[in-house]
Design a protein around this ligand. Structure first.
Ligand code: KG4
Ligand code: ZN
Length: 367
């Protein structure tokens, strides 16, 4: 089944064509327009601007995708769209565009849960041995998810732990903003942390947050505040004005205290994720694999820490390449295709669901 995927939940406008079958999936082509340079001027995503940019870019990206993939629109057999969670206005642009394309092509429409799509993204490369422990770490969410075989070959997802306040990606971005690093800050902090190198025991500036308990939840707001307070106390860590990615790396190379600060911050996040994931594995003996997903899954220390957790438990470790960790349309097409193959689809009444609201299981039989 050839599936068009549409992703507009935050600040990336993305379209992809993926061929999905019960045996696996093959990415034919994808196009992505990042709005990061626009939002960087404001130090974070401006929802109104994000919606307008999606609207402006979607038609031209759709044309580009068809030309580059050399695929006639008539061969598209399903239209999959991220319906939430995300920024409501941004989601509405993608959902409306998807309805128009589905109606025009006479193809079924499938609304996709963006978080389930993150967790399934790795299936563009290899099948996930189930049951699996999903570690979903993005800009808006930090969750431990049990993924198990479901009805009609579409898995069931059960959240077994989540953040009580900020997501890990949010903590990265806020810490980076306080240092005057370019937006979005996660990838830049990651590169600076690499320059800082490994954090030896006893030399940590930050400790892993919210781990001295016996639950599977996370809390990153305390770590974020600790980082912001430390920067206020040692303002020499901060760039005087918003700097570029290259300037940030140069600063980390020439200022060991800054590199050590970034490394310790990143280490604390990675360790908190690893401790809770290991705890979850201890509570579920039947788990076959560990899946790391979401934008923060692109982070070097996070990948290493979760890989080590899986290795200690003698489980397979699955993580997509960095481009499939951050928001993309290939994961939406793949997930929509899996839903369509399991007989699930939506009608013209498909609603966008903002962050904080549950995604309903409101599949229908007709458009
Ligand atoms: O999954 P995603 O692209 O969007 C959401 O669904 O939120 O995640 C974006 C988040 C941002 O907070 C960004 O700073 C973070 O992922 N991120 C990283 C890295 N690459 C992206 N955080 C740490 N290290 C990275 N290499
Ligand atoms: Zn995402």
């Amino acid at each position: 089944m050839r599936v068009l995927g549409i992703e507009t939940s935050c600040d990336e406008t993305a379209l992809a064509l993926v061929d999905v079958s019960p045996a696996g999936a093959c990415l034919r082509h994808e196009v992505l327009a990042s709005q990061a340079p626009v939002h960087a001027l404001f130090g974070g995503v401006v929802p109104e601007i994000a919606s307008r940019e999606h609207l402006r870019r979607l038609p031209q990206l759709f044309r580009e995708l068809q030309e580059a993939a050399g695929v006639a629109p008539g061969t598209i057999q399903a239209v999959a769209v991220a319906r939430g969670p995300g920024l409501l206005g941004a989601l509405l642009t993608g959902v409306s565009f998807a309805k128009g394309v589905a109606l025009g092509l006479g193809a079924p429409l499938v609304g996709v849960n963006h978080l389930e799509a993150h967790l399934l993204a790795v299936e563009l490369e290899q099948a996930i041995p189930l049951p699996a422990l999903g570690v979903l770490v993005s800009g808006g969410h930090t969750e431990l998810v049990r993924i198990e075989a479901g009805e009609g070959a579409y898995p069931n997802f059960t959240i077994i732990g989540c953040t009580l306040d900020d997501a890990a990606g949010e903590a990265f971005d806020k810490c980076a903003k306080a240092l005057n690093l370019p937006y979005p800050g996660g990838a830049c902090l990651d590169a600076m942390a690499q320059i800082g190198g490994s954090v030896e025991p006893g030399r940590e500036i930050f400790s892993p947050p919210y781990v001295d308990n016996d639950n599977l939840d996370f809390s990153f707001s305390g770590l974020k505040t600790a980082a912001v307070n430390a920067i206020a106390k040692y303002p020499e860590l901060m760039r005087r004005a918003l700097c570029t990615y290259d300037e940030a790396l140069e600063a980390a190379r020439s200022e060991p205290a800054l590199a050590a600060f970034c490394a310790s911050f990143n280490h604390a996040v990675a360790k908190a994720l690893a401790i809770k994931a290991e705890r979850a594995l201890g509570q579920a003996q039947d788990v076959q694999s560990v899946v790391l997903a979401g934008g923060v899954a692109a982070n070097t220390m996070v990948r290493e820490a979760l890989h080590a957790v899986a290795a200690r438990a003698e489980l397979q470790f699955l993580v997509p390449p960095p481009a499939l960790c951050t928001d993309n349309a290939a994961m939406i097409a793949l997930t929509g295709g899996r839903l369509a193959l399991a007989g699930r689809r939506h009608g013209a009444g498909l609603e966008a669901i903002p962050r904080g609201q549950a995604i309903p299981q409101d599949f229908v039989n007709e458009f």
